[in-house]
Structure formats: structure tokens, C-alpha cells
Ligand binder design. Structure first.
Ligand code: HSE
Length: 399
């Protein structure tokens, strides 16, 4: 079985490495040997054992009928979309780790794969090495999934863990994460929640079988979280986690990415460092949680290679994926109900006047402000009351 890898960066080189490390067991499971015939990259890799396989024109792969499976690990929507589309049109199976591509073009590429009787697989696009796409697509099909909530970004989870353990400010932790290679030089996609947003868009699309546009998902990152917020969280016995969540509300879904204050009883409370976890609640299943290495070279490559093996076993069959291009209009998250932890320079008298009964919180070493948790109310109602109170320093939703 000849395979081509498009993009020889961290994940692409990981795929080549995994195919090598576990060659024997992979051959047994796939039913035949998997060989990398081409590596598409802009660069050459002199001295690298794969240097002879490097090509610079994707059409070399398109035009080679011997290549049956193409791995896309380039990242970004273009040119990945053009290349992947051409591969599917040429009757080749594709597996990708690229969440930007899957979130933007998933429905279209799934439909094209079906038309061509090949497979478009994307297990590695959410949760790195954690199985979540295949479970949603095949193991949990007896359920109506009522909630899916995950810590799906390793970079921000590492940063929040570090802030919590060491009492550090955001900027210092970001520098540390960059030094360790957990955060990119331009960390925007991770710290602003854009990466998590694309991942929950993919999961929600799979859960509801329709196209969920990531642009429609209310997204907040962690850039405004401070060491003082962490102090309050500790005083409450809670942890601040960046959650990507979608819930069934009536016949619709509401989705959001934002930091939440989780109690120690919450299944995602103890998910620390770069680990990811995805909590799923099904109407007949009840609760399930998928936990593990959500990013990084080999864990992500493990999921890509598992797709290759699955494809090798289903060369003549299109495995149906329920994800139509019909757009799902998400329920306005203004209707979503939560409790809210608020920090304000207003006094308790004003808080009582505007919010009524509230639970007041004080944190060690913090003065000159008032911290409180509101009663349960909709986002819209909270926004109205917060505007009336004024002087709000911070608001974090309480999970
Ligand atoms: N930057 C991402 C993360 C990589 O930290 O989770 C995996 O998508």
C-alpha cells in the first residue's frame, strides 16, 4: 500500500516515524505493508532518510495511480483544501490532522469522498491521539448526544495549570510555554480560543450531522485570566479551565468556548498540563469521558496512522460519516444559562441591588474589590445586570 504524506512538519514526520516504529504490528493490522512513496513539502531535507521521496508538486501524487492513501498534515485551509480535493477527485483516500480544513470544508470533502467511494478521515483533527471522532461516528450512534464538553487545547491547559500551580501571571506563563515548545511564536490561535473553537465546531457537526460554522460559536480565550482570578478560584476550591462545549437545547444546539470555574467534583477538573479530555453525555449512554495526549508529534501521528490502517481495511468501502452541508443555526448563546463569578469595584450594596442574593468570595491578598457568584441566569440577563452594576473587572462562568 503506497502512501503519500503532504507536509513534513511535526505531525507529518511523526507519521513516517510511527509507520517505522510499529511497522510489524501495523502491517499485520492493515493486512499489507504501508510504504511512504512521496513526501510533499516546499523544503528539501538533505541527509534525511526520506530525502529521495520529497516532491514539490502535488500533481506528482495526483497522477500516480499507485498511491492509494494521502496524508495531509500541512495545516491551514489553503493550499491543503485544493490538494485534498484533487486527491479525492483522483480516487485516493485521505486522512488529515488539520482541524482548520475539517472545520471549514469537512462536509464538502466527506460528500466528495462518498461520491468517489473513498474515505476522508480526520481522527487526529480533534484531541490529538485521543479517539473521539471514530467513537462519535460509530460507537455512540445509539445515542442522542446531549452534551459534549472538552478541554481540547493542550497549550492553554498547560498555561492555566502552570498559573494555578505557581501563581504566575499570564505573560510569564506564555513565555514559559513558548520556551518549552508548547505555544507557538504567534500563539493567537491557542490563547484566543480559535483552535478550540474549530474543534468544537467539528464535534458539534458530527453530533448533529449538519454543518456548524465555527464563526457562529461564541469564543473567548484565556488572555484576560490573571493571577488574581486564580487566587479566587483557589479560595472557591475550583480550577479555571478553557472549555469548548456544545449542548442540545430543545431541537437545537448551543455552543461556546470560554474559561469556566470548575468544582473539584467535575470530571474535567483534574485534567492538567497538556492533556486533553472530552466529556460526552448521551441520553441512553449517560456519561463518558475520553482522556489523553491531545497534541504533540507522536500522539497525533498515532491517530493519523490508525486512519491509514482503517482505510487499508476499507479500500473498496466508503465508511459513512453523518455530516451534511446543511447549515445548523446555533441557538443564540444569550439564552444559555449559567452562574457567573464576578469581580467588581462596586460595593456589596450595589451588587445586592442589581443581582439580588449572591455568594460573596474573598481571596487571600486581594483587597479593594468585591468578588461574588450570581444566581443562575441567562447570558443576556447577566449582560444587562453587569452593565447596570458597572465597574466589572472580570467575569468567569461557573461550571
Ligand atoms: N496547539 C494545539 C493544542 C495543537 O495545544 O492543542 C493541537 O491541535
Amino acid at each position: 500500500m503506497k502512501v503519500a504524506v503532504m507536509g513534513y512538519g511535526t505531525i507529518g514526520s511523526g507519521v513516517v516515524e510511527v509507520l517505522d516504529i510499529n511497522r510489524n504490528s501495523i502491517t499485520k493490522r492493515a493486512g499489507e505493508e504501508i510504504d511512504v512513496k512521496y513526501i510533499l513539502d516546499l523544503r528539501d531535507f538533505p541527509g534525511d532518510p526520506i530525502q529521495e521521496k520529497v516532491v514539490h508538486d502535488y500533481k506528482t501524487i495526483v497522477d500516480d495511480p499507485e498511491v492509494k492513501i494521502v496524508v495531509e498534515t500541512m495545516g491551514g485551509v489553503e493550499p491543503a483544501y485544493t490538494f485534498v480535493k484533487a486527491m479525492l477527485e483522483a480516487g485516493k483516500h485521505v486522512t488529515t490532522s488539520n482541524k482548520a480544513l475539517v472545520a471549514a470544508k469537512g462536509a464538502e470533502l466527506i460528500a466528495l469522498a462518498k461520491e468517489k467511494n473513498v474515505n476522508f478521515m480526520f481522527e487526529a483533527s480533534v484531541g490529538g491521539g485521543i479517539p473521539i471522532i471514530r467513537p462519535l461516528n460509530s460507537c455512540l450512534t445509539a445515542d442522542e448526544i446531549e452534551e459534549i464538553t472538552g478541554i481540547v487545547n493542550g497549550t492553554t491547559n498547560y498555561m492555566l495549570t502552570k498559573m494555578s500551580e505557581e501563581g504566575l501571571e499570564f505573560d510569564d506563563v506564555l513565555k514559559d510555554a513558548q520556551a518549552k515548545g508548547y505555544a507557538e511564536k504567534d500563539p493567537t490561535a491557542d490563547i484566543e480560543g480559535y483552535d478550540a473553537c474549530r474543534k468544537i465546531a467539528i464535534l458539534t457537526s458530527l453530533v448533529c450531522g449538519q454543518q456548524v460554522d465555527f464563526e457562529d460559536i461564541h469564543t473567548e480565550g484565556i488572555t484576560k485570566i490573571t493571577a488574581t482570578d486564580i487566587r479566587y478560584a483557589k479560595a472557591m476550591g475550583r480550577a479555571i479551565k478553557l472549555l469548548a462545549s456544545s449542548r442540545k437545547v430543545g431541537d437545537g444546539y448551543v455552543a461556546m468556548v470560554a474559561p469556566f470555574l470548575l468544582p473539584s467534583s467535575h470530571p474535567l477538573y483534574s485534567v492538567n498540563d497538556v492533556f486533553n479530555a472530552i466529556f460526552v453525555h448521551g441520553n441512553v449512554l449517560g456519561d463518558a469521558m475520553f482522556y489523553g495526549s491531545g497534541a504533540g508529534k507522536l500522539p497525533t501521528a498515532s491517530a493519523v496512522v490508525a486512519d491509514i490502517v482503517d482505510i487499508a481495511k476499507h479500500q473498496e468501502v466508503n465508511i459513512a460519516v453523518e455530516w451534511s452541508s446543511k447549515k445548523l443555526e446555533l441557538v443564540d448563546c444569550g439564552n444559555m444559562e449559567n452562574r457567573y463569578f464576578v469581580r467588581t469595584t462596586a460595593d456589596q450594596k450595589d451588587v445586592r441591588r442589581v443581582f439580588g442574593e449572591a455568594e460573596y468570595v474573598s481571596a487571600e491578598g486581594v483587597s479593594g474589590e468585591c468578588g461574588f457568584i450570581t444566581a443562575r441566569m441567562s447570558e443576556a440577563e447577566y449582560q444587562k445586570k453587569a452593565a447596570e452594576l458597572g465597574n466589572v473587572i472580570q467575569m468567569i462562568r461557573v461550571g
